[in-house]
Every structure is written in structure tokens, then in C-alpha cells.
Design a protein around this ligand. Structure first.
Ligand SMILES: [Zn+2]
Length: 454
């Protein structure tokens, strides 16, 4: 064993391209006492920050020499290594002085959990043993959430799967909107956001309020939001799960709140502070794409080259995008119908009918008389019928009359039932209490700018 190599800390992770390392990096050794906290973190390799943490914990305190009366036995030491590109697990074990017999046994034990060939470059191996002696424990990263611990025992190697400790935290963020949710000046615990993490929240936040706010039209400079997010974090700092505890959005002078609640056996839904549902009975849109042409009584038609009414909403979605029924109902028409091309029409309650036109294909089982659920895929975007290119033409009719779906006040999903209300109020108050840890950013008082997103 190469226990006599100098103690040093080197980032042995391969680069994003799995770059080759130079000579095998010097090892990291640290006393066993700090292993429970540090080792797992180091195994999952958050980043250089972790390594500097290790460094500070293991830096020799040369200037602080003291008399020691009772010599303690040297603690076991751990070393770390990383699987390199093209390197096998057996080769790593070989470098660390295991006998061919031990290597064979270890690989066979590993095989019970995961094919030894399927370990990717960058996987960290921790080996622990008496200083200068052969390692007696091997810790291997199996996947993001678990480690395989192997320990020598009389007659062979014992194995166990260790779940990576997950840390739960609460993240508080505020945002003052410059032009859109994407362009907001963030406040709060911004430094704890991971790469690209905020972008995910923007999507989710827009989803939660999709029925109350049209984020393509209604957002103004000076609008603001604040959110409390509960995250489950892995030791390397990546987010395992995340969910909103509470959200507040100030939009054009009104403040909207969203508090999650899950009915027993039901799905997680968002409600306002009074327990009214934020979700509509209809999905806000059948495809998650930009509106390219809105409802209009007089519009220049690019194909017909004349002005005529556009009694629907066009979404500029790529060919093949799946189209969802915006509410449950019964299919009244599925096939080709004049300028609509290939289309599906669905009858809903309250005298409402929706139409989905220019489809490239209609989903299997979608035919007149078929029942469809909200969110069910009924077809795919295309450009059949009178269309210049692939897009979805969506119509909403009530009692036979075309309605502008982006301006009408559609019915909401049912409010929270009385029997859940007291429990909801308790969790609401707790959530709002957490949210009060960050301020809803105030707009400057002279900040009544013109609409930005119109
Ligand atoms: Zn259209």
C-alpha cells in the first residue's frame, strides 16, 4: 500500500469531458472521527468547496505542539480515489494494494448490487484501514442516493447499502420583476440557489398562477413575488425534491397567494388564503407554447390574404407536439373537417365545447362518442387544413358561441371542502409564517412604468 505518499489534497474528479488525469493524485487522508460527516460528502463530491473544507480539517497544526501524556492508537485513515476514464474497478483496487484474491472477492460482492462494468468515470471510492496497512473498508457510490459499504471479515467481505443522508432545508426568495418572471432582481437566500435552479421555479410558479395571471400579457415592471421552498438536498448540494410551501405574487397592485394542500388520497393543489382553488376547471392551454395569434374579430389572414375573424387562439408549437384535452368530456368529432384539417371537438359540461385543429394525427381511441379525461393526449400538432405552418388552432365555444378563452373568467376547480378547512388553516398559517422570513420586494413609488409585456 502506498501509505507513505505525502498527504495532500487534490481534486481528482475528471472534468466534464472525462479528461485524463496526470499521475495518480496524492491521497487524501483524514482521521476516522470526521468520516461520518465529511466522508459521505466527499464521496459525492460537491465541489471544490468541500475539498477546502477537508483541507481545513486535516491541515497539520505544526505551530501548536503540546505534550501528550497518553498516546492514543493511530486512528484508521481513509483515502479517496476516483474511477478514471477507461479504468475498471479492479484496476483501482489493484493500485491500492489489494491481492488478486481480494479483488476477485470484492468484485463478486459488488456484482450482487450493480454490474462492476457500469460504474462511470468519476465515481469515488473510499478506502479505510489502519495507517500504512491494507484497507479494510471500501465505500462505493452506487447511485445518487446510495453507497455500497464493504468490510473485510473473517472468511470474506460483508456488504451493506447505505442511504445517502438527505438534508431538508427551506429556501426563501424574493423577486422584483424587471420585465418578466425571467428577468427579476432576486433577493433573499440567492446564494443558496443551484445552477439553473431558479429557472425551474419560474416554470412552476407560472404554472401555479396560470389561471389567475396571463404571464405573457399581464406582468408589469415593478410586480414582485416571494416564495418559500422546501428542498431535499443531497450531500453534494444538488436538489432531490422541491416544493413550494407558500407563494405570494404582486401583480398590477393585487397580491395573490398560493398555499399547497393535499386532500387525503388526492393530489397536491394550490389554494388562496381563503381555501379557494387557484386551478381552473379547464387547463389554461392545450399545448405549453406561445400564443402566435389571439382571438380577434378582424385579422388579416396570411393564407386567404383578407381580413376575417379569428375565432380561436393559435399556439406556435412544433410539429408532433402532443395536444391535451383542456377538460374532461365527450368527443363529438374526430377527423377531417374543411379548413380545420384534422381536428378533434370535445363537448364538456356547462354547454362548453373545445376544438383542436390542424392536427397531424389523432390519438388512438379518440373518436366520436369517446370519453376523454382532462390532460389526456388527443392528437399531435400539425399543419393540415388551412394552415401556413405547424401550429395548434384552439377554439372555445359556450352555447355555440365562440369565446375568447384568454379574457373570459372560467370556472375554478372546487374550493376546499369544509371538513379539510381547519387543517388547511393550520398549515396555511405555518407556511405564511415561514414566508414572512423574506420581504415582498417593494417597487419604487415612482415606478409606475408602462406595460412591458404587451
Ligand atoms: Zn387559428
Amino acid at each position: 500500500m502506498k501509505g507513505s505518499e505525502p498527504l495532500a489534497i487534490t481534486d481528482t474528479r475528471p472534468g466534464p469531458d472525462g479528461r485524463k488525469r496526470g499521475p495518480r493524485a496524492p491521497w487524501v487522508a483524514l482521521p476516522m472521527q470526521v468520516v461520518p460527516v465529511v466522508a459521505v460528502s466527499a464521496l459525492l463530491l460537491g465541489g471544490l468547496g468541500l475539498w477546502s473544507m477537508l483541507r481545513s480539517r486535516t491541515a497539520p497544526a505544526e505551530e501548536n505542539v503540546r505534550t501528550v501524556f497518553v498516546p492514543a492508537p493511530p486512528p484508521p485513515a481513509s483515502v479517496y480515489d476516483t474511477l478514471r476514464t477507461g479504468e475498471t474497478l479492479a484496476e483501482v483496487l489493484d493500485v491500492h494494494g489489494f491481492s488478486p484474491q481480494d479483488i476477485h472477492e470484492l468484485i463478486e460482492v459488488v456484482r450482487e448490487y450493480k454490474s462492476p462494468r457500469s460504474f462511470r468515470p468519476g465515481v469515488v471510492v473510499r478506502l479505510t484501514g489502519p495507517p500504512g496497512g491494507q484497507a479494510e473498508q471500501v465505500l462505493l457510490q452506487l447511485n445518487e442516493d446510495s453507497l455500497l459499504a464493504l468490510e473485510v471479515q473473517t472468511g470474506g467481505w460483508a456488504s451493506d447499502v447505505v442511504t445517502v443522508p438527505i438534508q431538508v432545508d427551506t429556501l426563501l426568495l424574493g423577486g422584483l420583476i424587471e420585465s418578466s418572471l425571467w428577468y427579476a432582481e432576486l433577493t433573499g437566500e440567492v446564494e443558496r440557489l443551484g445552477e439553473g435552479e431558479f429557472q425551474e421555479y419560474v416554470y412552476d410558479l407560472a404554472d401555479v398562477f396560470a389561471w389567475k395571471v396571463d404571464f405573457t400579457r399581464d406582468i408589469r415592471r415593478g410586480d414582485a413575488f416571494r416564495v418559500a421552498i422546501e428542498r431535499e438536498l443531497r450531500p453534494d448540494g444538488t436538489v432531490r425534491t422541491r416544493r413550494f410551501l407558500a407563494i405570494e405574487l404582486r401583480n398590477r397592485g393585487r397580491v395573490l397567494s398560493a398555499i399547497p394542500y393535499t386532500r387525503p388520497g388526492g393530489r397536491r393543489d394550490y389554494f388562496d388564503v381563503e381555501g379557494e382553488a387557484l386551478r381552473g376547471v379547464f387547463l389554461r392551454y392545450p399545448v405549453p407554447y406561445r400564443i402566435t395569434s389571439g382571438f380577434s374579430n378582424r385579422r388579416y389572414h396570411p393564407v386567404l390574404k383578407q381580413y376575417r375573424a379569428h375565432r380561436g387562439t393559435d399556439y406556435g408549437a412544433p410539429h408532433g407536439t402532443s395536444v391535451k384535452a383542456t377538460a374532461s368530456g365527450t368527443v363529438t368529432r374526430a377527423g377531417t373537417w374543411g379548413n380545420y384539417g384534422r381536428m378533434v371537438a370535445i363537448r364538456h359540461t356547462h354547454g362548453i365545447e373545445t376544438r383542436y385543429a390542424h392536427l397531424s394525427s389523432i390519438a388512438a381511441g379518440i373518436r366520436a362518442g369517446a370519453r376523454v379525461d382532462q390532460g389526456q393526449v388527443i392528437g399531435r400538432v400539425g399543419s393540415t387544413g388551412l394552415a401556413t405552418g405547424p401550429h395548434l388552432h384552439y377554439e372555445f365555444l359556450q352555447n355555440g358561441a365562440h369565446r375568447n378563452v384568454s379574457t373570459m373568467n372560467l370556472p375554478s376547480a372546487p374550493a376546499l371542502e369544509d371538513q379539510y378547512m381547519s387543517e388547511f388553516l393550520v398549515s396555511r398559517d405555518a407556511a405564511l409564517d415561514v414566508l414572512s422570513g423574506v420581504a415582498l420586494p417593494a417597487a419604487a413609488s415612482d415606478f409606475v412604468g408602462p406595460a412591458v409585456a404587451d
